[in-house]
Every structure is written in structure tokens, then in C-alpha cells.
Design a protein around this ligand. Structure first.
Ligand code: AMP
Length: 215
């Protein structure tokens, strides 16, 4: 089975859900650059303070900082045990740098899975997502609506949206994805590593197609 894998796709396409399941079923180490960055922001570290504004606005952290940050991560990562990279690379310079880092360790990327979808699907999924400010329970205005609008059924806490889940920010993140990240598909296709999965499929179908691509 292929063990060094990149997951590509716009925010909200279902990469996170796929990664969690691949991690659970195949024991692959899930590495989310967004999660690593949010952790630095929470810690208030130097890098965290410098990237906070980009995360809030839904913009990409500049390549220079991102390459330094992920370059550090990869130095100590157990690349031979495999990993699922989710959220990195997002630009051509990041993709080339990653290939160089991994070539130096004789551990190249083996497969790239792209979750392909349009803006409408993303907007329906992400902008409808609300969570309780007290207990964290997640609702969706269409698929899992709360009984009383704006209130958590469990604890009556107020429902709020993540700052980068608001519609204008989601539209912007999708545009950035289309312009900067989607071209990576061609790069990996030329390397013969790309599998495209329709993100509108059910989670089970998406998982089955993704798992098949790794075997
Ligand atoms: P995510 O959770 O993957 O949607 O990432 C959340 C935010 O972290 C993004 O909107 C960017 O601000 C930042 N980020 C994560 N990964 C990268 C990356 N590879 N390059 C630049 N910025 C990133």
C-alpha cells in the first residue's frame, strides 16, 4: 500500500474526514498544516503571532514562512512510516520544495488524491456549519439543524460560526484554491501520481475510491 500521500482539494471538500478515516483504518499519520498553524496561534509562539492575521482572513501564509515552518517539521518527521499531508503543499513552490526535501531522504510522495468540487457544494457545506459556543456541538442549517434557531439543543448555548467559515471568506478561500492550488493537480498528474475523486459523492463512496487508489 502507498503510504506517503498528499490530499488536495478546496476547504470543505471532505479531506479532513477522509484523512481521519485513513488514519483510523490504515494507521497513517495525519498531518494537517492548518491544524499545526492553529496550534502555534493558540500557543502565541513567534510563528503563531506572525501567521494569525492570514488565518483569520482566509489568506495563504506567505511561502517564505510556510517553507521554513514545514521544512522544520519534515526534518524530524518519520517519513518512512508514511503520512497523509492535508493542506500542504498549496502552491507550486511548496510542491517543488516538498519534492526536494523528500528526495533528499529517499522517501518520495507515492500518491496524490484530489477531492474535486465546485463552489456551490463548498458554500452549502461550510457556510451552513454552526457550532455551540459552550459545548462545541456542531450543527448544519440544512442537514443537522438545531430545534430552535441559533440555540444548542444540549446546553442552550449560542451557536456561532468559525471566522473563516463565513460566506465572503469561504468564497475568497475557494478563489485562492482555484488560482494557486488547483494547478498542482497537473504537476502530480505528470508524475503519474494523481487520482481525482468527486467530492459530491457520499463519504463511504469517497473513501472506497480513495482507498482503492492507495492499493
Ligand atoms: P486549513 O485548515 O487547511 O483550511 O488551513 C487554515 C489556514 O491555514 C489557511 O486558510 C491558511 O491561512 C493557512 N495555511 C494552511 N496550510 C497552508 C499552506 N500550505 N500554505 C499557506 N497557508 C496555509
Amino acid at each position: 500500500m502507498k503510504r506517503r500521500i498528499i490530499l488536495l482539494g478546496p476547504p470543505g471538500s471532505g479531506k479532513g474526514t477522509l484523512a481521519a478515516r485513513l488514519q483510523q483504518e490504515f494507521g497513517l499519520n495525519h498531518v494537517s498544516s492548518g491544524h499545526l498553524l492553529r496550534r502555534e496561534v493558540e500557543r502565541g509562539s513567534v510563528i503563531g503571532q506572525s501567521v494569525k492575521v492570514f488565518l483569520e482572513k482566509g489568506e495563504l501564509v506567505p511561502d517564505r514562512s510556510m517553507l521554513r515552518f514545514m521544512g522544520e517539521w519534515i526534518k524530524s518527521a518519520p517519513v518512512n512510516e508514511g503520512f497523509l499531508l492535508d493542506g500542504f503543499p498549496r502552491t507550486m513552490s511548496q510542491a517543488r520544495a516538498l519534492d526536494e526535501w523528500l528526495a533528499a531522504r529517499n522517501a518520495p510522495i507515492e500518491a496524490v488524491i484530489l477531492y474535486d468540487c465546485d463552489l456551490k457544494l463548498i458554500l452549502d457545506r461550510i457556510t451552513g456549519r454552526w457550532s455551540c459556543s459552550k459545548c462545541g456541538r456542531v450543527y448544519h442549517i440544512y442537514s443537522v439543524p438545531p430545534k430552535a434557531a441559533g440555540l444548542c439543543e444540549d446546553c442552550l448555548g449560542a451557536l456561532t460560526q468559525r471566522a473563516d467559515d463565513r460566506e465572503t471568506v469561504v468564497r475568497k478561500r475557494f478563489e485562492i484554491y482555484k488560482r494557486q492550488t488547483k494547478p498542482l493537480a497537473k504537476y502530480y498528474e505528470q508524475q503519474g501520481k494523481l487520482t481525482v475523486v468527486d467530492a459530491a459523492l457520499s463519504p463511504d463512496e469517497r473513501f472506497a475510491k480513495s482507498a482503492a487508489a492507495l492499493n
